[in-house]
Design a binder for this molecule. Structure first.
Ligand code: ACO
Length: 332
């Protein structure tokens, strides 16, 4: 028995905001943003919410897999920017797509969220509790960004991506190249002691008996250099560990699908792994950093443009606020 990704989907808001548009809002330039981040434009929501984007991505993933919402047993939405605290986004999605038999809940592991959702669903499915799952990364970060802070507002975008995963028998997972579709290894980690290098407040302690003068800032705050150091050190280390666990080397990997935070981080990871940068597909120039949505949106682009063949070996790796990080080796 193995767990394979049978379909992918994504949804992006219509509005494109270029670096030139950003330069009209804050003191920045296309040149600065491209050089430091690799981003040229991003999609920004003018009406879509985390749940509407997530539902559209799920419908597209089900269609791509040839599955129906009726048969979905588990929905996990990874998000750090839900429009409602209650109910959770996964329950909103369940209602919109019509998946009455699903158990639905959210997780928040920021930019590692999709990977952690995939691994959580995989763990459930390995116990035999569920046979399939919709896993989603969906974000509307534009509402968490201080649009007067040039050091953060240029980085982020909105969007959602989803994957439909299923347990299949080993013989059904056998690919032409002799590999079996499925998850080969998982590495995950967290370092809460460094949490405040990338933070965004909601509500602090607030009730009639508390002094509520110290409310956390409700906008994203980031120590960019600390995040850079964390990512360029931790991501190659956890990818190497995941490869070791799977008993393979860098050369056995066809594509490294990394969280799309920053082109310089991805280039540095490639260099440290001694892997060819052409194995690191990127779309951050067009969509920016969409936190938990980056990996599934990129996977969907690769899948729909025919760049993934059954039997290809992929490394998925996420890293972000928490701090959280992880890598999984999968065979497509
Ligand atoms: N346009 C023009 N100038 C800017 C901008 C901007 N958008 N943002 C900052 N600056 C200025 C600063 O004010 C500063 O000016 P000063 O020297 O006069 O004080 C100067 O540029 C340098 O600022 P730094 O913050 O030191 O810039 P740095 O070279 O570190 O680049 C960046 C910032 C791109 C965020 C970098 O730290 C980085 O790549 N960090 C990795 C973190 C990251 O990518 N986070 C994404 C989200 S988190 C995640 O997904 C895991």
């Amino acid at each position: 028995m193995t767990v394979k990704i049978s379909g992918t989907g994504s949804a992006l808001p219509e509005k494109t905001v270029t670096n030139f548009d950003m330069a009209k809002l804050v003191d920045t330039s296309d040149e600065w943003i491209r050089e430091r981040t690799g981003i040229a434009e991003r999609r920004i929501s003018t009406k879509d919410t985390v749940s509407t984007l997530a539902a559209k991505a799920c419908q597209a993933a089900l269609e791509n897999a040839g599955a129906s919402a009726e048969e979905v047993e588990l929905i996990i939405v990874a998000t750090c920017s839900p429009e409602l605290l209650l109910p959770c986004c996964a329950c909103q999605v369940q209602s919109v797509i019509g998946a009455p038999h699903a158990v639905a809940f959210d997780i928040n592991a920021a930019c590692s969220g999709f990977l952690f959702a995939l691994n959580t669903a995989y763990a459930y499915m390995n116990t035999g509790l569920y046979k399939n799952a919709l896993i989603v990364g969906s974000e509307v970060l534009s509402k968490l960004v201080d649009w007067s802070d040039r050091s953060t507002c240029v980085l982020f975008g909105d969007g959602a991506g989803a994957a439909y995963i299923q347990t299949v028998k080993d013989e059904e997972a056998l690919c032409e190249n002799g590999r079996h579709s499925g998850i080969e290894s998982i590495v995950q980690g967290s370092d809460g002691s460094k949490g405040m290098v990338l933070s965004c407040g909601e509500r602090g302690v607030s009730n009639p008996f508390a002094n509520d003068s110290e409310q956390p800032s409700k906008y994203i705050h980031m120590d960019g250099q600390e995040v850079y150091k964390f990512a360029t050190r931790q991501v190659p280390a956890c990818i190497s560990e995941a490869l070791n666990k799977a008993g393979i080397g860098v050369d056995d990997v066809d594509k490294f699908v990394l969280h799309q935070a920053n082109v310089r981080i991805i280039e540095s990871v490639a260099k440290r792994l001694k892997a060819d940068i052409s194995k690191f597909p990127m779309n951050l120039d067009r969509v920016g950093n969409m936190s938990s949505a980056t990996i599934p949106v990129l996977l969907d682009e690769l899948n729909r443009s025919g760049q993934l063949k059954r039997g290809d070996r992929l490394v998925l790796s996420g890293f972000g606020a928490g701090l959280t990080y992880g890598a999984s080796v999968i065979v497509w």
